[in-house]
Ligand binder design. Sequence first.
Ligand code: VG1
Ligand code: CO
Length: 543
Amino acid sequence: MTVLTAPTAPIAGQKPGTSGLRKKTRVFQQAGYLENFVQAIFDGIGSAAGKTYVLGGDGRYFNAEAAQIILKLAAANGAARIIVGQGAILSTPAASHLIRLNKTDGGIILSASHNPGGPDEDFGIKFNTPNGGPAPEAVTEAIFDATTVLTAYRISDAPDVDLDAIGRHDLDGMIVDVVDPVSDYAALMETLFDFPAIRAMFADGFRMRFDAMCAVTGPYARDILERRLGLPEGSVINATPLPDFGGMHPDPNPVWAKALMDEMFGGQAPDFGAASDGDGDRNMVVGAGIYVGPSDSLAVLAANATLAPGYAKGLAGVARSMPTGAAVDRVADALGLRCFETPTGWKFFGTLLDAGLATLCGEESFGTGSDHIREKDGLWAVLFWLNILAVRKQTVAEILTDHWARYGRNYFSRHDFEAIDNTAADGMMTALRAQLPTLPGTLVEGMTVASADDFSYVDPVDGATSVNQGIRIRFDDGSRIVMRLSGTGTAGATLRVYLERFEDDPAQLALDVQAALAPIIRAADAIAGIAAHTGRTAPDVIT
Ligand code: VG1
Ligand code: CO
């Protein structure tokens, strides 16, 4: 077997976004596209020589082929060892855990997360650093820079490795360890949560539905919920990962997980429902007849954290992304915890977690996690909720109602306008930025603008600065609008509008969310001219 040096030329646009490089699958399948980017990862981080990496993905179309290509590139670049999930499957949180557990030099995760999969849908690739977390901006920039100067990639012409066979394999002198994707992750969960209490609750007849959306969490949820915790078989549905996610859009929100929502709001609703996304790092939790918004979920976990054995000592601090609702800030205030506000994307939590400044982190986009790994973690959040329910012996509705009565309620919603023409979206954001200096003091929809800025972040640990992270408009009653363009889409631009209003009047805690936010929704259009710039009068997705 020989190592080939294949001449290549830079391919434009290989710039990682919020979470890795995401493109249409057919783009990734173009000759040299994946090869170039992976070679750039190795070049961007110095070299792969002698290194150990974790490799796996969410099982979407092209996952298996891409894994074989990456193994051959790694071998030819001199990597010592790759730890691969069986069948090239690893959820993003499980990959993060394996990187940390095995003290590897990082990992490569194949996923476009919540984006649909298939030949005409999306594919993605992400590099995680030795702490198990998504590469910070300095690293993704170095990788991008490397893509722009490539002249060749190195690849082995060895035959494919049998990734279905657990055990040690050899690829041109590089060790390939194929491991069970679930067991180490499940063992970690057992150290964090009160499994006996959850098992007793299930044995008592507690009913739960978990919708794996034909994505990667099926095997994890089956092993942990059904096998280890005794949830009746069949409670986990859509549990086999499929290359096209069975045609589902594996984004766990009320719109895309509609079947679960219908069941949870129907006559025979289970006590608890949950869903996860393509790569297993997002979660949606639902009680019988009540939906838990992600910003509220983070706050409830923070307020009840000490009920879980892994967090019994209390939290060092909490962190949320800037657009996320501020419900957790109120819990942090009450508990005397530091609360950090970071740009969108899990990579910004890494330094805080590594420095021990934050224990729990969360994003409004159905992501919650902790310092147990360096990614958000869907099943972890579900187990955390189960632990709380098992100890408090209350319903989800009771827990949420109690929470709002105690801390007040941050009504929150995100409106997404998808696949907008790029020029129109950029034009709108430019016009909005130009207004920022003159907005304060103006009256919109009966509210006075208190401040308006473009969020810049200076990492409190390493001083790294990130600018243009989202427009924030704050009103004098504490309400807020945030607007930013997505960094994970693959077609046109996606405008995200985040709307928030705080309420602590006991008579106003159970309003319909969109009704509660109506003036703020109108104000967003009045200020930014969304309809005028984009031609869109209503969002495509409301969460
Ligand atoms: C979105 C979410 C962000 C999340 C990111 C990756 O980014 O808003 O909160 O961290 O996806 O999540 P953007 O730039 O499209 O708003 V995942 O589960 O897609 O890795
Ligand atoms: Co994801």
